[in-house]
Design a protein around this ligand. Structure first.
Ligand code: SF4
Ligand code: SF4
Length: 393
């Protein structure tokens, strides 16, 4: 499999990384078969040519399963680059204790790449780079050789990602960036200008549950699969280095191998397919939201751009199921009490569209003069009804 230099780390991960978030057991799975599934998936990742495994302390038993696979000789430590992620802590001791625990769980002497996990707000960025807290522990671990490189993973607004990159404390960034969500392009470009490694989180799932595309989406991407076109678009950008595949079963790698079998600039046919994909947005007419974020902030914490982006996707590509899955992750009204409940805090901030009080504060800020409250009401009709849940804490 193709490899890319991961910026100044000088690591050379393959263009696909195995994201081990989904190897822990499902609640309805028998423990023995769940473990066999996890081991077989880890082994297959390396057998298809992947040389980078990525996990996090917060992904249930993922780190322990990697440790068990190493101990049992199912995978060899010298076969792969290892990344884990740890959330920032207030004190150096707290962070170090979490790091030592991760090393013990994975039964490894060192981690090639440690990401500070979830720099999702300005406050968390401050905690992460505190020279007497997390950063002190991270630098000490690097001096000791138990951490080779330091990066960060983020779901933050673009401005916070740009600030985190600009601290120059990190060698790589792990972020969301997809064909259907290009908002973070300036962050990818800034990272490239600083010779940082760029890792794309979950292009197939949060990039649109592309393993199960609606017919309309598949039609506009044809003759390519949506997974393949998304991969090609990402990897045609030299500043993008590796894409995670969050497989939970050995066979789930197969659909990801086609798009990474070729390299280089987009072909004329691929460019034509991308134009067809973008052209399908025309169906939205003058209700198309450009995802510029100028309308924020909203006093009711309605995430206007994200809701209208999901509306764009549902109407242009029939991605209603994906829209419901993401929309269900916003805070919502409790049916019985009307209170604000649910939501994924800083991992996916904001409230659903029916929190809009029609105060109209956002209207003058929208360069496209969209009738935002009406569009939010329509999006709520289309997308409400399924409470989403994060896979990990
Ligand atoms: S009109 Fe609705 S969405 Fe716009 S700022 Fe007011 S409450 Fe928020
Ligand atoms: S300002 Fe208008 S176009 Fe921009 S994200 Fe908000 S609603 Fe969409």
């Amino acid at each position: 499999m193709l490899k890319r230099r991961f910026g100044k780390t000088e690591l050379h991960p393959t263009v696909l990384t195995f994201g081990a978030m989904r190897i822990p057991p499902n609640p309805d799975e028998e423990p023995g078969s769940a473990r066999d599934r996890a081991m077989a998936t880890l082994r297959r990742a390396l057998d298809v040519g992947i040389n980078h495994i990525e996990t996090a302390r917060g992904y249930g038993t993922s780190e322990e399963l990697i440790g068990a696979a190493i101990k049992e000789g199912i995978i060899r430590r010298d076969e792969f680059i290892l990344t884990t992620k740890i959330t920032p802590a207030d004190t150096a001791d707290e962070f170090r204790s979490a790091l030592d625990d991760s090393l013990a769980r994975m039964k490894v002497a060192y981690i090639d790449n440690l990401d500070i996990h979830g720099i999702n707000t300005r406050e968390l960025l401050d905690v992460a780079v505190n020279p007497r807290g997390t950063m002190r522990a991270a630098r000490k671990a690097m001096d000791e050789g138990i951490v080779r490189h330091l990066g960060f993973a983020t779901h933050a607004p673009l401005e916070v990602i740009m600030d985190a990159i600009s601290t120059d404390e990190f060698e790589s960034v792990n972020l969301h960036y997809y064909l259907i969500n290009r908002r973070n392009r300036p962050a990818v470009e800034l990272a490239a200008s600083k010779d940082m490694g760029v890792f794309i989180i979950s292009p197939t799932d949060k990039g649109g549950q592309l393993y199960n595309p609606p017919a309309r989406l598949a039609g506009v991407c044809a003759p390519y699969s949506p997974i393949e076109l998304n991969q090609r678009w990402l990897l045609a950008q030299p500043g993008v280095h590796t894409l995670s595949v969050g497989a939970s079963r050995p066979e789930e790698f197969d659909a990801h191998l086609i798009g990474v079998s070729r390299d280089g600039a987009l072909s004329p046919d691929e460019t034509e397919a991308l134009a067809k994909l973008d052209g399908a947005m025309k169906v939205l007419g003058d209700t198309y939201c450009s995802f510029c974020h100028e309308c924020l902030p909203c006093p009711e914490d309605v995430h206007i751009p994200e809701i209208l982006r999901l509306r764009n996707l549902a109407l242009a590509y029939d991605m209603t199921e994906f829209g419901r899955y993401r929309y269900g992750m916003f805070a919502r009204h409790d049916e019985a009490t009307g209170e604000r409940v649910g939501g994924a805090a800083h991992w996916f901030p904001g409230t659903q569209g029916d929190f809009c009080t029609r105060c109209n504060e956002c209207l003058p800020r929208c360069p496209l003069n969209l009738a935002i409250p009406d569009l939010l009401a329509e999006a709520h009709e289309l997308l409400a009804g399924r409470a989403g849940k994060r896979l990990w804490k």
